[in-house]
Design a protein around this ligand. Structure first.
Ligand SMILES: Nc1ncnc2c1ncn2[C@@H]1O[C@H](COP(=O)(O)OP(=O)(O)O)[C@@H](O)[C@H]1O
Ligand SMILES: [Mg+2]
Length: 250
C-alpha cells in the first residue's frame, strides 16, 4: 500500500549552488502527484531527494526532513529507502545483459527470495501490474534489449514495482517515447494509483492534467503552488503559475 510523503524545509545543494530552497510539501498516499515547472527549476533534484539519490552526486548535500509514512528516510539506510521508494527515469534503463525475467527478479533475489515458484509468481505479478505480461510471457528469457523503448520502460516499471515499494517516483517517464507508448504509460499510472503513491515529473502539462490528482508547480527551486490539478490549471492562485500554464514562459 502507498504511503504519504511529507517534506519540511528541504534544501539541496550542488556544491555551493542552492538548488532547492526549502520545500514543504505533503503528498497524499495512493494518489498521483505531478510536478511541473520550467527546465532547471529543480524537479529532478526534488524527487531524487525523495529516495536519497541526490546525495550520491559528488559535492551534493541535502537539509530538512523527508518522511515517508512515519519514517524519516534521512535517518535510515539508503538501501532500505530505495526499497520503499522506487524510481523510473526518463530513458529506459533495463540491465542490458539480463533477460526480461531476470531484470524483474534481480531485486527480489537481492531481497532474499530464493524459491523458484515464489520468484516466478512475483515476476509475473509485477509484469502484469506494468501491463507488459501479455507481450512478454512467451519470451521471458529473451534479453531486455530485444524490447521496444516503450516496452523497456514498462519493464523498468515492473522492476521497480517488484520489490513492492510504497512510493513510485517517475522522472519524465514518457518523454523519450512515441505517442502510443506514452498513452500506455499514462494508462498504467492511472491503474497503479490506489495501490502506490506516484510522484511524476512531467514537462507535459496536458499529461499532468490527464493523470494527476494533485499538481505542484516549481520555479527556481521553490514550490510556488500545490493543489488539486483542476484548481491549479483552471484557477491558479499565484500569478507565476498562471503565466507558466498559459505559456508565457518556460
Ligand atoms: N549533477 C549536477 N551537478 C551540478 N548541478 C546540477 C546537477 N544536476 C542538476 N544541476 C542543476 O540544478 C538545477 C536544477 O536541476 P534539475 O533538478 O535537473 O531541474 P529540472 O529537473 O527541473 O529540469 C539546474 O540549475 C541544474 O543545472
Ligand atoms: Mg529533470
Amino acid at each position: 500500500m502507498g504511503k504519504s510523503i511529507s517534506t519540511r524545509g528541504v534544501c539541496a545543494w550542488y556544491g555551493a549552488q542552492l538548488t532547492l530552497k526549502g520545500i514543504d510539501m505533503s503528498i497524499d498516499a495512493n494518489q498521483v502527484t505531478a510536478i511541473i515547472g520550467p527546465s532547471g527549476c529543480g524537479k529532478s533534484t526534488f524527487i531524487r531527494c525523495l529516495n536519497r539519490l541526490h546525495e550520491t552526486v559528488s559535492g551534493a548535500r541535502v537539509e530538512g526532513s523527508i518522511r515517508v509514512g512515519d519514517v524519516d528516510i534521512r535517518e535510515i539506510d539508503p538501501v532500505d529507502v530505495r526499497r520503499m521508494v522506487g524510481m523510473v527515469f526518463q530513458k529506459p534503463n533495463p540491465f542490458p545483459t539480463l533477460s526480461i525475467y531476470d531484470n524483474v527478479a534481480l531485486g527480489l533475489r537481492l531481497g532474499g527470495i530464493r524459491a523458484k515458484s515464489e520468484l516466478a509468481q512475483r515476476v509475473e505479478h509485477s509484469l502484469r501490474l506494468a501491463a507488459l505480461w501479455d507481450e512478454v510471457k512467451d519470451r521471458l528469457y529473451a534479453p531486455a534489449t530485444a524490447l521496444s523503448g516503450g516496452q523497456q520502460q514498462r519493464l523498468c516499471i515492473a522492476r521497480a514495482l517488484a520489490v513492492e515499494p510504497d512510493v513510485l517516483l517517475m522522472d519524465e517517464p514518457a518523454s523519450a517515447l512515441d505517442p502510443v507508448s506514452t498513452h500506455r504509460i499514462e494508462e498504467l499510472v492511472e491503474a497503479l494509483k490506489g495501490t502506490f503513491t506516484v510522484v511524476i515529473v512531467t514537462h507535459n502539462m496536458q499529461q499532468a492534467a490527464r493523470i494527476a490528482d494533485k499538481t505542484a508547480f516549481f520555479l527556481n527551486g521553490e514550490l510556488v503552488e500545490f493543489g488539486e490539478t483542476t484548481q491549479v490549471f483552471t484557477t491558479p492562485s499565484d500569478k507565476r503559475t498562471e503565466d507558466y500554464i498559459t505559456g508565457r514562459f518556460g
